[in-house]
Write a protein that binds this ligand. Sequence first.
Ligand code: SF4
Length: 401
Amino acid sequence: MQKINPNAPVILGGFTATYFCKEILQSFPQVDVVIKGDAEKPLLSVVRSLRKGKLQDVSEIGNVCYREGGMIKDNPITYTATRDDLDSMDLVNLRFLDHWRQYYKVLPWGYEPNFEERCWTCVGRGCKYGCSYCGGSSMSHRLLRAGKAPVFRSASKLADDVSYINESGAAAVMLSHDLNVVGKDYWKAFFSEVRERGIDIGIYMGLWQLFTKEFVDEMAKTFDASSSWLAISPTSGSESVRRFNGKHFTNREFLERLRWFKTLEMPVEVFFASNLPKETDLTFDESIALAREVLKIYRKGKLKLHCQPILLDPCCPMSLYPRKFGITPLVSTFMDYYQKNKEYYDRFEKKEASRADLLRYFSHATDSVKSPMDIMQRRNKWLKEVFGVKHSPDLEEETNS
Ligand code: SF4
């Protein structure tokens, strides 16, 4: 941006920028300000001070990290968004952006130009759980935005978003949160308000822990199953590995829920991780066994089933306490992440995607996954034993070279 307008101030925000604010300002002179944690009000104050032409005036604004006279100044976090703050904002009108409809094609893994249009909206901020690998865990929210407890928008505001997204022509609304985290009163109020408005749209939701049959039935009564899509992860087939990493349900409970979805004809995405703390070769075999059970239930249904290595999120519990989780982090500074991703995208452009993919995923070592080669072996084992796909020597050559 500064190539076009050298006077344009550059302001960053978000969890990664928050966690590495000082390092970013030290390493990237083109960045002027990082807003830490929740930005709604601090960003407004910074923009007001910039309109007066005085970047130095940000010294009085909480949540702000900035440069002054060659020094990095780091103001404390004094602002955390409330329900009223989140309710007062329009989070779904993207029409002020050029090509706004293209944002309806951004899925959890990136931009998909050929997919049905779906629009994200925000249920709230925070999580009460503490999954080992998650940079959005309760611990991370406490550290990065002084968020003591999750905060959620009102059910009627969320229903307003669904109306707006429906009128904009998208096929489904994608929710930032599992509504079960907010509670039964909330999802009942939300589903009944959407039904009263007669909205015909699908839904995407990630299901974070357990949920009831009543929840599933109410959701199916409210949303169009053919445009809907649910995601759920047991993370591991081993119940003890799963529990250690933050998910609290048994294999029996998980499979029972898949059967509920099947009767409703809801498409489901199920994903496992291949390099969790405490995962061994034996417990990974339990993941393969559970995945095969999933395939038996969903053989003729609409299922996406996959197993991917997890990446070390900045500020996730296992990056903060690597010894407790028995891992060796291979990325810890912002530049570590920057270089890793740069290498990935440079190789991706040179069409070395599969090899780059493995290097990118190798962000930490565990007792049983010590190299990109180990990640690749687990991938091949999974493909062979779950899907009957043959071992891929090409990938092995790429990781060995
Ligand atoms: S992965 Fe775990 S900690 Fe992260 S948002 Fe989901 S339930 Fe919460």
